[in-house]
Design a binder for this molecule. Structure first.
Ligand code: FES
Length: 291
C-alpha cells in the first residue's frame, strides 16, 4: 500500500510534552493553521487558529483557567464548547452564539496529540496490534522535512538505520554494502548489510519489515544479527504539499539512563534522515548520510 493521505485519518500533530498546562502551540496541517492548547487542568484542545471576532491568531493569546483569551480585544473562549463566554468591552453581554471557534477532534496517546480535521474520522490509531506494549513505546523527537508527505512516506518505508545498542553505532564510519527492498501491498521487506570503516571484516546484517498502519503511521520492525530487535515508528504529519512532519518513536525496555542514550541515538539519526531525504541527489555508494 502506498502512503495514501486523506483527511479522514488521525494525524500526530504535536508531542504532548511540548504543550504544558496553560500553553498554546500552533502549526499547520493540510494548510490549515491549528492552535493546540491546554487548560490549566491539563485538558487539551485543537482549534482553528483564528479568532471569530477579527481574525487574530489565537496562538498569540493566553490561557486563563479553562478559557483561551484572544490577545487583540480580549474575548474569552471556553475550552469545552469553543464558544465565546466573555467580551471585556461589553461585560454584561453574553457572548453571541456565532462567536464560536472551529474546533477539531483530538486525543493523546504514545506521547503525541492526535488530530482529525473531519468529524467522521476513521477509528483512532491503536498501536496494540503492532506487537508492542504501550509502555515500551517511547517518543523521540519531531522533525520537519521539506518534501511532500507522499515522498517522505515512501522513502521512510525502506529507511536505513543502526539500531540502538549495536556495537557499531558509536563513532564508527559505516558503509552500506548492499540494500535490497521488496515492496508489497502493506509495506516493504529489506535487508541492509554494512561493514565498519575500521574493521573491514566485520559485517552486520539488519532485517526490516515495514508496515503501513492507519495510513500515516509506518512501523519498522527490525532485527539485526547482534541480537537487537524492536521497532522504529514514524507518525507522519502532512503540513502541506511540500512539507512533512515526522514524529519518531521507538520501542524497547530501557533503564532511564539507556533510554536517554537511545533517544539521543535516534534523534541524531532523524536529523541525518532529514538531510538525506532533502539532499537525496547527492548520495553516492561511498557516502550514505543515513547512518
Ligand atoms: S480579534 Fe480576537 S478578540 Fe478581537
Amino acid at each position: 500500500m502506498s502512503i495514501n493521505f486523506n483527511k479522514y485519518h488521525w494525524f500526530a500533530f504535536y508531542a504532548s510534552q511540548q504543550i504544558m498546562p496553560a500553553e498554546i502551540r500552533a502549526r499547520s496541517m493540510w494548510n490549515t493553521d491549528i492552535a493546540v492548547w491546554r487548560e490549566e487542568n491539563g485538558s487539551i484542545h485543537a482549534w482553528k487558529n483564528r479568532c471569530p471576532h477579527r481574525g487574530m491568531r489565537l496562538s498569540y493569546g493566553f490561557i486563563r483557567g479553562s478559557q483561551l483569551v484572544c490577545l487583540y480585544h480580549g474575548w474569552n473562549y471556553e475550552g469545552a464548547t469553543a464558544q465565546c463566554s466573555y467580551i471585556p468591552a461589553q461585560p454584561n453581554l453574553k457572548g453571541p452564539k456565532t462567536a464560536c471557534v472551529r474546533d477539531f477532534a483530538c486525543f493523546e496517546k504514545h506521547g503525541l496529540v492526535w488530530i482529525s480535521t473531519v468529524a467522521e474520522a476513521e477509528k483512532e490509531p491503536d498501536f496494540s496490534d503492532f506487537g508492542e506494549a504501550e509502555q515500551t513505546i517511547h517518543f523521540c523527537r519531531s522533525i520537519f522535512v521539506n518534501e511532500s508527505p507522499g515522498l517522505v512516506g515512501e522513502i521512510l518505508k525502506t529507511s536505513i538505520f543502526i539500531p540502538y545498542g549495536n556495537d557499531l553505532a558509536d563513532g564508527a564510519k559505516l558503509k552500506i554494502e548492499t540494500s535490497q527492498a521488496e515492496h508489497h501491498q502493506t509495506g516493504a521487506n529489506y535487508q541492509a548489510i554494512w561493514q565498519s570503516g575500521r574493521d573491514k571484516k566485520k559485517k552486520t546484517e539488519l532485517t526490516c519489515q515495514t508496515e503501513v498502519r492507519n495510513n500515516a503511521i509506518l512501523v519498522n520492525h527490525y532485527k539485526d544479527d547482534q541480537g537487537n530487535e524492536g521497532s522504529l515508528i514514524f507518525a507522519l504529519l502532512p503540513i502541506d504539499d511540500k512539507k512533512t512532519g515526522v514524529h519518531v518513536l521507538f520501542s524497547g525496555d530501557f533503564s532511564s539512563q539507556s533510554l536517554t542514550s537511545a533517544k539521543r541515538h535516534y534523534a541524531k539519526w532523524a536529523k541525518r534522515m532529514r538531510w538525506s531525504i532533502e539532499n537525496r541527489n547527492l548520495q553516492t555508494d561511498s557516502f550514505n548520510p543515513w547512518i
